[in-house]
Design a protein around this ligand. Sequence first.
Ligand code: HEM
Ligand code: ISQ
Length: 154
Amino acid sequence: MGFSERQETLVKESWAVMKEDIPNLSVYLYEMILEIAPEVRGLFSFLKDTNELPKNNPKLKSHAVKVFKMVCEAAIQLREKGEVVITGSTLKYLGSVHLQKGIVDPQFEVVKEALIRTVEKAMGEKCSEEMKDAWREAYDHLAAAVKNEMKQEA
Ligand code: HEM
Ligand code: ISQ
């Protein structure tokens, strides 16, 4: 099943809302990740030496924003081309960062679940199963591209 225009719209619509609340939502994304999988704390340079979330850390925010934006970008590409294409050097870089950190497949599921909870939090009652599925699908394709690159580099 392809990615429909409606799905693309759902992702874009929610991202437009999420953008207005980046400081809170980026912290929330990490909170959800750590709630589901506390053991990943040690992987993040800005979390490993603290027991809390350094809310004003620029890296914390910028990484989360990149993840949100990349999933949104993936939705647009899926609709336009039927696949996710991350430009050459970005994909190589992401592959090497995650390979070096030793990220494994189940952790991609953790991030997906945390992302969906963040969409729910942002959208409140405007969130629907259809909207969450659109995010899930876009994320899965993006994650597949990153995992594939990790395999190439391993
Ligand atoms: C770093 C994206 C999945 C853990 C990064 C960076 C980006 C990114 C953009 C920042 C690179 C930089 O600017 O230096 C993504 C995307 C993912 C994904 C798009 C899925 C599609 C995951 C997963 C984990 C993870 C599943 C596991 C918990 C990390 C860690 C870093 C990182 C530990 C390094 C953070 C630091 O200490 O600076 N990722 N990531 N990522 N990612 Fe991911
Ligand atoms: C994945 N990689 C890097 C940073 C992240 C921040 C929040 C959620 C997932 C992430």
